[in-house]
Design a protein around this ligand. Structure first.
Ligand code: ARG
Length: 581
């Protein structure tokens, strides 16, 4: 990888080993961005005490042993022992050329690929998806794309809520409406929220209906074929709806990725049995419980994970334990990422703790809860409609696209688009704006859903980045050059060229960091910084009107590398990039 930080780290590490001996070969060279140079190595300061040396002296000695080769143009020790490193322009130019020449932007696939299960979206059957599900869908999809790009074997897993007691009332309500209603798209069954609410109302107000519903749950759990058939109808209607949302969002989830709660149903018993056999679960007040160490209630009493209720029924924790066990035993996962709302944090901590007690999780097989923060309205409260219900996704996306249309008409365009093309672009802008807004904020922070801010063509927004990429494409069109044939060579003249090239070399590290911590906002921040560096390059360095052919070829190559980086970065975020805007 041409990432300057990694390249310099390796050189400083070699110098450390030469000065302090091979036992220090993997010491952290502590490379940081610096105001005074491209990067700064603080290894001398970090290590001095440990090795009994004066930091300044140690720094001088490291520098004396540093192989500057063709990479480092200037090295300087400052203050108590900072090592300031300035890269050579020639090296930067060469490396930028390598990025441009490589399909993968000079990011090699990881050396030891992992099998990673990325669980995301996970809406509930017969319920409308809401903004919370929207965010886990968007963030999870980007995590999956990033890890796949890095070379891991990614399994997308949509853990749909398709089992449990609500299905009793839902099935009875379906029978009341007539099954064929479910087949019609305009039926009340396809309005999932209304369907759920109507069932709920009958359940609360009509004791006979409630009794029928309870009976139905028993039949469902006993595997009664007729009941399962009715259940399947509801699941299918919901899947159709989920798929329509995924298609509109451009999310890489298909029917094959659905492994809902029902999938683990047969495994609940054996899972509980194994926990009992291992002596992890014991009866407490008639319920079978595990008490993972370190979890206590308000009065210091140990908190249980209930694995089988007093009535013999299983619950959400049982289902998640069976899920971990399956992912370990059958799918042989190395890493499981649960992209789920932050309010479920304690649930997952406790489930994972029990799974560690059972030996399913350990140092080699890791599970992590990638927490998703709440989405708030501009009033700072959890986003709801005026009537107090959760906001419907489809309506939200429609509004985003409509507003994107208005914003789009206010920015200059290279050409007048026909209605169909305009509609296509505006759809990409509206959807891209919503997705980028979700992705650019740390996933575990709450964020305010604010149309005006996310749809602006200025600032850290999806439309700004899409527009930046499209404008680079338009330079190539105006110049009659195919971006794929702009191969340079790159040469560095102006400081803005240097700054842009240096940014472009950081792509691999940004993707790797985003994948490591399952935090797409790190990649989003990087992509934005590239667009920023490009803007100042573009303002300072004429491309098509460059003073000579050599400079023009170099600037076109910088444009092409920027375009590829923006498009690839946005693609990994799942944000579409229209070629013309
Ligand atoms: N269906 C759940 C919900 O909407 C999310 C499922 C989370 N995943 C899990 N393995 N429990 O809240």
């Amino acid at each position: 990888m041409p990432d300057p930080q990694l390249v310099l780290a390796a050189r400083v590490r070699d110098a450390l080993a030469a000065v302090l001996g091979p036992s220090h070969a993997d010491a952290d060279p502590v490379i940081r961005p610096s105001q005074f140079a491209d990067l700064q190595a603080n290894a001398a300061l970090a290590l001095a005490k440990k090795v009994g040396r004066k930091p300044r002296e140690l720094a001088d000695e490291i520098v004396a042993h540093l192989d500057t080769g063709d990479v480092i143009a200037k090295v300087e020790v400052s203050g108590p022992g900072f090592i300031n490193l300035t890269l050579s322009d020639t090296w930067i130019a060469e490396q930028t050329g390598r990025v441009l020449a490589d399909e993968r932007l000079a990011v090699p696939p990881v050396e030891s690929p992992q099998k990673v299960i990325v669980e995301y979206s996970s809406p509930n059957v017969a319920k409308e998806m809401h903004v919370g599900h929207l965010r886990t869908t968007i963030v999870g999809d980007s995590i999956a794309r990033i890890l796949e790009f890095l070379g891991h074997h990614v399994v997308r897993d949509n853990h749909v809520g398709d089992w449990g007691t609500p299905f009793g009332m839902l099935i009875e309500h379906l029978l009341d409406l007539g099954e064929d209603a479910a087949a019609r798209d305009d039926s009340s069954v396809s309005d999932l929220t209304a369907f759920y609410q109507a069932a709920r109302q009958k359940f609360d107000g009509d004791p006979a209906f409630a009794e029928r519903s309870r009976q139905r749950v028993v039949e469902l759990q006993a595997g009664d074929p007729e009941t399962l058939r009715l259940w399947q109808i509801l699941v299918d209607v919901s899947k159709r709806y989920f798929n329509s949302v995924y298609a509109r969002l451009g999310v890489t989830l298909s029917d094959d990725d659905i492994k809902g709660e029902s999938f683990y149903n047969d495994m609940l018993g054996p899972t509980v049995q194994e926990l009992e056999d291992k002596g992890i679960a014991a009866l407490s007040d008639g319920a079978l419980c595990a008490f993972p160490p370190g979890f206590t209630g308000r009065d210091g009493e140990p908190l249980p994970v209930i694995i089988r209720k007093r009535d013999g029924g299983y619950n959400y924790s049982t289902s998640d334990l069976a899920t971990v066990r399956y992912r370990v035993d059958v799918e042989h996962a190395d890493r499981m990422i649960y992209v789920v709302g932050a309010p479920q944090a304690l649930h997952f901590q406790m489930v994972f703790a029990v799974a560690r007690m059972a030996g399913w999780l350990n140092e080699e097989v890791r599970a992590e809860h990638a927490q998703i923060g709440n989405v708030l309205g501009t009033d700072g409260k959890i986003l709801r409609t005026r009537a107090g219900g959760t906001v419907k996704l489809a309506e939200l996306l429609d509004e985003a696209v409509e507003r994107a249309g208005r914003a789009f008409d206010e920015v200059p365009h290279e050409e007048a688009f026909d209605e169909a093309t305009r509609a296509e672009i505006v759809e990409a802008v509206g959807i891209g704006a919503v997705k980028y807004a979700d992705l650019s904020v740390a996933r575990d922070s709450e964020y305010v859903f604010d149309f005006d801010r996310m749809i602006a063509f200025k600032g850290n927004t999806g439309p700004y980045l899409q527009y930046a990429a499209a404008r680079i494409r338009s330079i190539f069109r105006r110049g009659g050059v195919d971006p794929d044939t702009a191969t340079g060579p790159v040469k560095i003249g102006h400081p803005a060229e240097r700054a842009l090239a240096l940014r472009l070399l950081g792509f691999g590290a940004a993707v790797a960091q985003a994948g490591e911590s399952a935090e797409p906002h790190k990649l989003a921040a990087y992509v934005f910084s590239v667009a920023d560096a490009y803007t100042s390059f573009y303002e300072n360095c004429p491309v098509l009107q460059a003073p000579d052919e050599e400079t023009k070829a170099s600037r076109l190559a910088l444009c092409a590398a920027t375009l590829r980086t923006l498009e690839t970065g946005l693609h990994l975020l799942g944000v579409p990039t229209p070629e013309r805007m």
